[in-house]
Design a protein around this ligand. Structure first.
Ligand code: TGC
Ligand code: FAD
Length: 387
């Protein structure tokens, strides 16, 4: 397995154990039929509880329902899951970083008790509703409204492109509180079987096919006061969650790229043309050298982020740099690996074309590549160029 600068040597026992557990899970439970799921456009839902039993949801949170591991171990987990498929890492990202993290960071004791154990073991599924049909890159312009009504709120609005919405038990929906001056954004934990909630499946995706994506429609849906996350108000709430998930993606993209590289290296060594393995041709070796170098440098960035995050020094802009760079790296590596596989490379028998297709989503969600360029641009110049 590609580890060109021997990062393995510095891993702790715990980090190796988590990495190996996730790698074995992917080899045994994901690889055998992920291509079929991708073709069928389904998520392997039997894996949801299994991932919970293995402690794959938010193991980096300090809570009795989670494993309390370090940030590097968490990153290695994301790396291995995405080596299987971005849809599997997305399942863990949404459940852990986008639903469990905000409940842990901003929720009440009762909300933590109600949801964290069930989300941690996979007996409940969560989703995160920020994006709206008319507000993707600019969620602060969201229209979803929460109006005060007695001892609760009534919510109206639409969220779209929501991972897991059609299979979720609880949706963390971000909406503007119309009862307070300035209409601050608040987080609402909404059981999906409440009156006024509908979720629809989005069909026709050509990317991230082994992942469930949907819409959430809220029509005058009543939620009690206890459903509001008490400890956060404003865009800082959803954006803090994005920082957690983007961190996982920065690691995950390295895993998907490594899987492309390993598949291409093995194929090139086995496949014979003109009387010998294609790996003997300089053109093919050049491609492998380029891929290995790009993967290794992206991996180093992910390792550095883990150290900064562990000691509490990680800034969101640094996460933006890593998400932007590492996903872009994988988006360049995947087609090179695909082309090295010749005709076989366009089938679901091999992973590169699936990773290549998935990267179009990963490049777009959690802040598009362009948006991360602007976040970095603002950080580097002090001038915001969003509008
Ligand atoms: P802005 O005025 O810059 O900031 C508002 C407040 O938030 C703070 N903040 C952050 N905190 C933590 N992490 C971050 N990344 C943060 N970015 C900003 C900021 O300090 C400020 O705090 P305070 O205390 O001063 O109030 O916010 P803005 O509304 O102008 O946002 C700007 C922009 C464009 C960068 C932001 O809207 C953005 O990132 N847009 C991209 C949208 C996006 O990423 N959507 C993702 C949807 S979820 C998803 O895709 C899930 S896919 C999951 C999967 O399947 O894996
Ligand atoms: P737009 O914002 O309309 O952008 C279109 C194009 O314009 C992009 O190229 C963009 O980079 C560019 N652009 C926009 N603004 C600027 C600017 N200021 N300067 C330069 N260029 C700009 N969202 C959730 O809330 N929860 C989820 O679970 C979730 N899961 C998803 C799963 C999938 C499979 C997909 C595809 C998306 C998911 N999303 C989710 C939504 C995702 O976060 C959005 O698609 C993303 O934020 C981009 O928004 P948009 O699609 O509306 O594109």
């Amino acid at each position: 397995m590609l580890d060109y600068v021997d990062l393995e040597a510095d891993l702790s026992e715990e980090e190796r154990l988590i990495r190996d557990t996730a790698r074995e899970f992917v080899d045994e439970e994901v690889r055998p039929d992920i291509g079929d799921h991708f073709e069928a456009g389904t998520f392997p839902e039997d894996l949801i509880a299994e991932m919970g039993e293995l402690g794959f949801y938010a193991p980096n949170l300090d809570h009795e329902a989670t494993a309390n591991v370090g940030e590097r171990a968490y990153g290695l987990l994301m790396q291995e899951l995405e080596a299987g498929d971005s849809g599997v890492r997305s399942m863990a990202s949404v459940q852990g970083a986008l639903v469990m993290y905000p409940i842990h960071a901003f929720g009440s004791a009762a909300q933590r008790e109600r949801w964290l154990p069930d989300l941690a073991d996979g007996s409940a599924v969560g989703c995160f509703g920020l994006t709206e049909p008319d507000h993707g890159s600019n969620p602060s312009a969201m229209e979803t409204s929460a109006e005060r009504d007695g001892d609760g709120y009534r919510l109206t609005g639409s969220k779209t492109w929501i991972t897991n919405a059609p299979i979720a038990d609880v949706a963390l929906v971000w909406a503007k509180d119309r009862s307070v001056d300035g209409n601050p954004v608040r987080g609402f934990l909404i059981e999906t079987d409440r009156d006024g909630v509908e979720t629809n499946h989005i069909d026709g995706k050509l990317s991230m096919r082994a992942s469930v994506t949907g819409e959430i429609s809220l029509s005058d849906c009543f939620v009690p006061e206890e459903s509001v996350l008490p400890d956060v108000s404003g865009m800082k709430g959803p954006l803090s969650c994005l920082t957690q998930a983007r961190y996982g993606i920065a690691w995950g993209a390295v895993g998907a790229a490594r899987d492309c590289f390993e598949t291409a290296r093995e194929y090139a060594t086995d496949r014979e043309q003109f009387g010998g393995p294609i790996a003997r041709f300089q053109l093919q070796q050049g491609k492998l050298a380029e891929m290995a170098t790009e993967i290794t440098t992206a991996q180093l960035l992910a390792y550095r982020l883990a150290d900064l995050k562990e000691r509490g020094d990680l800034r969101p802009q640094q996460v933006s740099m890593a998400k932007r760079n590492n996903v872009s790296m994988c988006r360049e590596v995947a087609p090179i690996a695909r082309e090295m596989l010749g005709g076989n490379g366009i089938t679901t028998d091999y992973s590169p074309m699936r990773h290549l297709a998935n990267m179009e989503t990963v490049y777009t969600y959690e802040g598009t590549h362009d948006i991360h360029s602007l976040i970095l641009g603002e950080d580097l110049t002090g001038i915001a160029a969003f509008e």
